[in-house]
Design a protein around this ligand. Structure first.
Ligand code: SF4
Length: 358
């Protein structure tokens, strides 16, 4: 199929466009990539405006009971000397302290993530309470498939805006090979439960792990089944030393950005997320030009924890990210005191003590 026809079809039909049309765009080469990014950027401005959401991170635990570990994982305890390596679990006060610091820095949103402890996500509830009882931050919870229905119901009750459960790839054979201890069906079930409880769903793709452009096209279509789909994170593979995939090549930035662009065209009203560790903290402009409207793992200088990115230990520093967003003529969404979102600069930090309501 010719590029222009594919572009017209995806713009018109969104995720219901033919796989051929989606794949044609995903396979775009220069100079067509320029046209693809131009169209994606236009859609971003038309549907999402000039603002760019910033999302910070609190890692709640890296204790993962999945065995064997996923082949690319450098996050779970014991997987990579460049990751956290040592096991940790953060308590209510530690999470609240970090959340307050993030809010004081002006960042409007935080992601609290944890690994698979196998208890249905008990720490997810602790994290949600710590954030919601002490700040006005928007909150995303990501505990992978380790969320029971009871936990999801409790997260809904606590006013958690978004729950993330990444499928990574819809190529089941590849999923089984790289994630032999994980379960695609369990992840799918969590996504469906999140929708059933009316919480915004975030579910993304890990690009560059051996999947084909057709797999990526199928994945983008697959996501349309989720009623509350509100965010698509597009991660790019980076090899973590010491893991079974340490010699697998890094996902080229252009491949990752093309998936963002096609996701933007297929889902013009959905948040498209570029995690700064996997796009490369200095390369966020490429993601923005490809239509992304949320930069994740943005870490302010006052963050009390050492944060290592999932997929890559480097993270985006708040000040630098703000500079880069402005350099492409977009507006980083920052908050002034009192929790009001604005698109200007950070306000003076507020002092606020954490409330422990246990
Ligand atoms: S990717 Fe997630 S589920 Fe897989 S080993 Fe790492 S922490 Fe565990």
């Amino acid at each position: 199929m010719r590029f222009k026809r594919a572009l017209r079809e995806v713009r018109k039909d969104g995720p219901r466009a033919s796989l051929e049309a989606l794949e044609t765009l995903l396979r775009a080469k220069p100079p067509r990539v320029h046209d693809l990014f131009k169209a994606a950027f236009e859609e971003k401005l038309a549907h999402r405006g000039p603002k760019v959401k910033l999302t910070s991170t609190i890692h709640v635990t890296n204790v993962c009971r999945i065995e064997p570990k996923c082949a690319y994982c450098g996050f779970a305890a014991g997987t990579s000397p460049e990751g956290y390596y040592k096991p940790f679990e953060r308590d209510y006060d530690e999470i609240a302290e970090a959340a307050v610091a993030i809010e004081e820095a002006g960042i409007p949103r935080v992601s609290c993530s944890g690994a698979y402890r196998g208890d249905g996500g008990k720490l997810a509830v602790v994290a949600a309470r710590a954030v919601k009882e002490n700040t006005n931050l928007e909150l995303l919870i990501n505990f992978g498939p380790d969320l029971s229905e009871g936990t999801i119901a409790e997260l809904a009750r606590l006013g958690v805006e978004t729950v993330c459960c990444n499928l990574e790839t819809v190529n089941r054979e590849l999923f089984r090979r790289l994630k032999p201890g994980d379960s695609f069906e369990a992840r799918l079930e969590v996504c469906e439960l999140v929708c059933r409880y009316g919480i915004d769903l975030s579910s993304g793709l890990l690009v560059g792990i051996g999947e084909s452009p057709r797999d990526r096209a199928e994945h983008l279509r697959f996501l349309s089944r989720f009623d509350t789909l509100a965010e698509i994170p597009v991660m790019g593979f980076n090899p973590y030393p010491g893991t079974p995939m340490e010699d697998h090549p890094r996902c080229p930035l252009l491949e990752q950005a093309k998936v963002m662009a096609v996701a933007r065209l297929a889902y013009p009203d959905v948040m498209i997320t570029a995690p700064t560790p996997t796009i490369g903290p200095e390369e966020v402009e490429v993601a923005l030009m490809a239509g992304a409207d949320n930069l994740a793992t943005v870490i302010p200088d006052n963050h009390p924890h050492e944060v290592k990115g999932v997929g890559n230990p480097r993270t985006g520093n708040l000040e630098r990210v703000v500079e880069l967003v402005r350099s492409v003529g977009l507006e980083p969404e920052l908050r002034t005191g009192g929790g009001e979102a604005c698109a200007t600069s950070c306000s003076k930090p507020r002092t606020r003590s954490t409330r422990h309501l246990n």
